[in-house]
Design a protein around this ligand. Structure first.
Ligand SMILES: [Zn+2]
Length: 264
């Protein structure tokens, strides 16, 4: 099977930023954002546009064999996505910053994911002006995600798959970064209303047929009912903020447990 990805770039010299879409093929927000960004004139620097898993995208699937975002650093004799990861890694490594755009099967306000607390990643997150910033305490992806193999990079979850509001949020966040880096016209203005969360743990669902009773980023009190199945109830052991609750992409997944943190 030949490896399918689409890459192009515009501009020259630094800063070099790569916008990545369709790391998961059914998440089209990155592709839509890239189509719009390609029409924009840049003042300085280089923008790369990468549609990562083109074959999965064409088949309207998350992946062909395994999740590309769990296939890094790649393997030339591995599964389809492991071979693809090798190619993708070579491309994104040439950039100072990588912006990885995602959508979800569950309703959520947009949020930035910072895979590790590097200063540059913090700057990128602020530059998006996305209100919610989520830090992953333990490496959820166990160094198998694309962003574990770049110089600097953040992921942005933008909302439900194939919604207009998701696309709008994607374009807005990237344009904010480009303004912040002075790569395009327009003044970057700090929104100053950020909320920060750290992912503490992951909650699982014992059965598929369960009713999830919480909403993303809406506080859950200790003792509150989180989900109800045929023969069980799941009760919150502590106060938390649900993140990606109800996402169908992961087996047995209920939600990430977000703890709100105070930080300037
Ligand atoms: Zn995704």
């Amino acid at each position: 099977m030949s490896l399918a990805y689409e890459f192009s770039k515009t501009g020259n010299r630094s800063p070099k930023i790569c916008i990545v879409g369709c790391v998961q093929g059914n998440e089209l927000v990155g592709k839509k954002t890239i189509e719009k960004l390609k029409k924009i004139k840049i003042k300085k620097g280089t923008i790369g546009f990468l549609i990562a898993n083109v074959l999965a995208m064409k088949k309207k699937r998350r992946f062909i064999e395994i999740d590309l975002n769990r296939a890094f650093p790649g393997n030339s004799k591995g599964k389809y996505e492991e071979e693809l990861a090798l190619k993708i890694k070579k491309i994104v490594n040439k950039f100072d910053y990588v912006i990885d755009l995602h959508s979800s099967s569950t309703k959520t306000p947009p949020f930035v994911i910072i895979p590790n607390k590097k200063k540059e990643n913090e700057k990128l997150a602020i530059a998006t002006n996305v209100k919610r910033i989520v830090y992953t305490k333990k490496r959820i992806a166990k160094k198998r995600a694309m962003l574990d193999h770049v110089k600097n990079g953040i992921a942005i979850e933008l909302g439900l798959h194939e919604m207009k509001s998701t696309e709008t949020a994607g374009l807005k966040a990237v344009l904010n970064i480009l303004k912040y880096l002075k790569m395009i016209d327009g003044k970057w203005k700090n929104q100053n209303n950020r909320e920060r969360f750290v992912i503490d743990e992951e909650l699982k669902l014992p059965s598929k047929k369960a009713k999830i009773k919480i909403r993303n980023f809406e506080i859950v009190q200790k003792g509150e009912e989180i989900a109800e199945g045929k023969s069980y109830k799941i009760i919150a052991k502590k106060e938390f903020y649900p993140i990606l609750a109800g996402e169908k992409a992961y087996p047995d997944f209920l939600c990430y447990v977000g703890i709100k943190i105070n930080q300037k």
